[in-house]
Design a protein. Structure first.
Lengths: 269, 278
């Protein structure tokens, strides 16, 4: 019962707006704004009308959606490894950030889509160009948050670990990274949405597959229900990926003290 | 008895030139194996600096520390420290058991099962069986400090250093922890050096009390505690020996070392300035 109520509370506004949109678009009858039901129909046609042997999925799913997803996740994963690795090293170094700080501040200030022309010239059209764009744009929040997080280890934790002669490997994996994890996750969430944006933008330039390409292509042939379908898909993807990341975060940061902690406190000393 | 810890002419100075601050000045003392020695001194006299020098966390600017004959340079292998701030010393992302297992992770020839067994054993020494799966913040302050004592004991250190271990818990819990520490020490014959600013605590816990002066810390007196090994929070604290000893320590602390080394015993402290016990 409470789950039903919770679902309603979270989704009633969303669903209400969709219904309102449906009514408005039907009244307006504007070809640029097809009603949601038409978009839904188009979605079914576009992606879920395939043969049984392919789980009802159409070629579009395999040719456009999966490669796009691969680019987002691939680029983001590279950014995570780079960001956490480099961030840990810089966070532990006393002077490292003094040297690279201004450089990072400058580089992260450049809007990543503006570098697509540069990467196009350097790397030509292809997966490398797209991955580079995604990595370059999404690495900064992870990197800078990791530096911050690594520095949040307190003096007593450091003394405790030193008094046990904790070897480097254990110090990093059992103390430094867990201490930095809350900050790292904040960076990961931010960078994931940036990665999604950059995937679409990089696919809008001179390629022939991917969600971004299909979005532009359907707009160019005035297939507005299709164009809207791709936009809805992007929304759903962003929502799904974020939800997935949140689930992982809840699992990995389960140790964090919550407001329920006082009730969980055991009595006696 | 053999000597566990030998501190000779230990000095530590922070900074240099005009801004130099001498925290510890020419300290010499020994701690015998199996002894619980308390160091008592006024707040800010350099007790923590002293402990950090002994534990090898900082290198003293002068003098020498040896642990069972080996000169201390860097943190020795078989030493453990219990810090005052248990909530910061325990790792909140590790469960109680994982915290206790932490210093055993890199011990050679110790299987996963043995490690776990040792952790459970150490938890039972401090009367905390069955809480291994909880996180430290789910326990009360006193229980958390017991976890950090268990973590130190699990390593089976030759010398256990404690830096004001009971200063952050309430009075009732403090009594319980004091008794627990003494019983653990008697049961395992541990060698413990405990630093405190609490005169009663130093006399109640110690086999010996070393009295430090105001900063820079010097040793003003080295008093054997003439109390039975089995102590009781009520009767021991009422006993004549206890009362006279704590009076003597208080006089030494407030006299800043001007009082005679062998103060008269058997009378309450009334000859010195009004007691504002640190």
């Amino acid at each position: 019962m409470s789950t039903v109520l919770g679902f309603l509370r979270r989704w009633s506004l969303f669903l209400g707006l969709v219904v309102l949109w449906e009514l408005a678009t039907r009244l307006a009858n504007d070809p640029f704004f097809p009603p949601p039901t038409t978009i839904l129909q188009k979605i079914g046609e576009l992606w879920f009308s395939g043969p049984v042997s392919r789980l009802f999925l159409t070629d579009d799913v395999y040719v456009d959606i999966l490669p796009s997803l691969g680019r987002v996740l691939g680029g983001w994963s590279i950014a995570v490894v780079l960001g956490v690795g480099l961030g840990t090293a810089l966070g532990r170094s006393r002077t490292g950030m003094d040297y690279v700080g201004p450089l990072f501040a400058f580089m992260r200030a450049i809007p990543p889509p503006t570098l697509i022309p540069v990467f196009l010239v350097l790397l030509s059209i292809g997966t490398t160009m797209k991955l580079t764009t995604i990595v370059f744009g999404s690495v900064w929040p992870i990197l800078l948050n990791t530096v911050d997080g690594v520095r949040s280890v307190n003096a007593t934790q450091r003394d405790t670990a030193r008094s046990f002669r904790t070897p480097q490997r254990y110090w990093i994996t059992l103390v430094v990274l867990p201490a930095a994890l809350p900050k790292i996750f904040a960076g990961l969430r931010l960078s994931l949405s940036i990665a999604l944006i950059l995937m679409v933008v990089s696919e809008m330039v001179g390629v022939t597959d991917g969600i971004g390409f299909e979005l532009i292509f359907s707009q160019q042939r005035f297939d507005f229900p299709a164009m809207w379908s791709w936009i809805v898909l992007l929304g759903a993807l962003g929502y799904g990926l974020n939800a997935l990341l949140l689930a992982v975060e809840r699992r990995m940061l389960g140790w964090q003290q919550t407001s329920g902690a006082t009730t969980a406190k055991t009595s006696g000393a | 008895m053999s000597t566990m810890l030998n501190v000779t002419g230990l000095s530590h100075r922070y900074g240099s030139g005009e801004n130099a601050h001498v925290a510890v000045n020419d300290l010499t003392f020994v701690v015998e194996t199996g002894e619980l020695a308390c160091i008592v001194g006024p707040s800010g006299c350099g007790k923590s600096t002293l402990l950090r020098c002994i534990s090898g966390l900082i290198e003293p600017t002068g003098g020498e520390v040896t642990l069972h004959g080996d000169r201390v340079t860097g943190v020795p292998e078989d030493l453990a420290v219990v810090f005052q701030d248990y909530s910061r010393s325990l790792f909140p992302w590790l469960t109680v058991r994982q915290n206790v297992e932490f210093p055993l992770r890199w011990k050679r020839n110790l299987s996963r099962a043995e490690r776990r067994e040792r952790a459970e054993e150490a938890l039972s020494w401090v009367n905390l069986p069955g809480v291994g799966g909880k996180y430290p913040w789910q326990l009360s302050g006193g229980m958390q400090q017991r976890v950090s004592i268990a973590r130190a004991l699990a390593r089976r250190p030759a010398l256990l250093l404690m830096d004001e271990p009971f200063a952050s818990v309430d009075a009732q819990t403090r009594f319980e922890l004091e008794d627990l520490l003494r019983s653990v020490q008697v049961a395992h014959g541990s060698t413990i050096l405990l630093v405190t600013h609490d005169i009663d605590e130093s006399v109640y816990l110690g086999d010996r009390v070393l009295v430090l002066s105001k900063s820079p810390a010097r040793i003003v007196a080295d008093l054997p505690v003439d109390l039975p090994p089995e102590r009781d929070q009520i009767t021991t604290r009422e006993s004549k020996n206890f009362v006279s000893l704590r009076g003597e320590v208080a006089r030494l602390l407030h006299g800043g070392g001007d009082a005679p080394e062998q103060a008269p015993t058997g009378e309450p402290a009334d000859t010195t300035e009004p007691s504002t016990l640190a």
